[in-house]
Design a protein around this ligand. Structure first.
Ligand code: NAP
Length: 337
């Protein structure tokens, strides 16, 4: 079952990456295809008002973060609870086995004691919990910024397919971060709900919480997960600073439709530092997962392709719009592109 979900997610990421990567190939022979893909990817200032058909307001970005917050929280709580409840007590390995089996009504998922209590298996679950915690930090900040930092102009729009791609992205990312054991967690959740219905709230909550056991996933993380978290927060902080700069450009203006040249932080080097920071944030996931999970590489690949495409258009737009635009700025990667 896990293999089915993992394969499906990988296929979905490849299908999402391919058109964007093809559109990035600098060849006039495929200019029709490039325009076609860009038509869906454009939003805000780089979307011409003439292409407003089938579009929705750009401020609907907030839907992505509400969806991502609810979905990430659900997956995080379920995975953490699963880890907590199925962790064997060193002195009671056999008791654990029978409880786990009882919980699932003798399900095959928990009957293979050795495979589900192996150190490697537990450490993979710990990494998923950690990645979901990082994702929570990202979507909560983005939700806050969508409400309080950005001042979307009333005319800023995005293509309906871009909107649907956003909904796909924020559904697929959280599940990709924990897909290797999502089916186990799902079955465990179902059995817990069944037990809740049979036993009732009072008997279920009678168990005392063991905080050390609860925090165990964070204690057993490997060094690479902490390096990944450092990379994640490096991108996280700079993205917030760049968003604050963008939000401040309209602070003292009556007209919310006006654009200006942003300065400060990573804007000194590139035109779309908030996109670069997003790439750094998702690179943090790759490193925190030990660089060994193809699904997480693919989600990062989509983020890079998608944002490079948008950054190239944004850079062209700035150069065209402002005569005094700093010529030493690159589109997205300092000194490279
Ligand atoms: N992971 C992914 O694949 C993915 C995809 C898309 C977005 N994102 C992330 O979501 C965040 C927002 O993306 P976005 O494409 O909506 O960013 P954006 O087009 O740069 O817009 C962000 C906000 O800043 C305003 N703004 C931008 N440039 C401005 C300027 N020169 N002067 C005044 N205001 C300006 C926009 O105004 P208007 O309302 O007038 O446009 C909008 O309110 C980014 O950090 C990005 O990394 C990620």
């Amino acid at each position: 079952m896990e293999l089915g979900l993992v394969t499906l997610l990988r296929a979905a990421w490849v299908a999402a990456i391919l058109p964007v990567v093809i559109a990035l190939i600098p060849s006039s022979k495929i200019s029709f295809f490039q325009k076609f893909v860009l038509g869906f990817a454009k939003r805000g200032k780089i979307m011409q008002s003439s292409s407003n058909k089938l579009s929705v307001p750009q401020k609907l970005f907030i839907h992505f973060y509400i969806l991502a917050f609810v979905w990430t929280t659900l997956l995080l709580v379920a995975t953490w609870l699963y880890d907590y409840c199925t962790m064997p007590k060193i002195t009671e390995p056999l008791l654990f086995s029978s409880i786990a089996s009882h919980l699932t009504g003798g399900s095959r998922i928990f009957s293979s004691h050795s495979s589900h209590t192996s150190k490697e298996h537990r450490s993979r679950i710990a990494v998923s919990i950690f990645l979901l915690l990082l994702m929570e930090a990202q979507v909560l900040r983005r939700l806050f910024e969508s409400i309080y930092v950005f001042k979307y102009s009333p005319s800023a729009r995005m293509h309906i397919l871009g909107y649907l791609t956003g909904l796909f992205f924020y559904t697929a990312v959280p599940i990709s971060l924990c897909c290797n054991h999502a089916t186990e967690v799902y079955k465990f959740g179902l059995s817990l709900i069944q037990e809740f219905i049979v036993k009732g709230k009072d008997r279920m909550l009678a168990t005392e919480v063991d905080w050390w056991r609860f925090l165990n996933p964070l204690i057993q993380l490997q060094w690479y997960s902490w390096i990944g978290a450092a990379i994640f927060f490096w991108g996280w902080i700079h993205q917030h600073r760049c968003h604050a700069i963008l939000g401040s450009l309209r602070e003292n203006r009556k007209d919310n439709d006006e654009y200006a040249v942003p300065y400060g932080d990573w804007f000194q080097y590139v035109s779309s530092p908030h996109y670069l920071a997003e790439i750094v944030v998702y690179a943090g996931f790759v490193v925190a997962s030990g660089c060994s999970d193809l699904t997480i590489w693919l989600l990062w690949g989509f983020t890079v392709a998608n944002l490079v495409l948008a950054a190239a258009e944004t850079h062209r737009w700035y150069l065209h719009k402002f005569d005094n635009y700093p010529r030493n700025r690159f589109a997205i990667f300092p000194y490279v592109y």
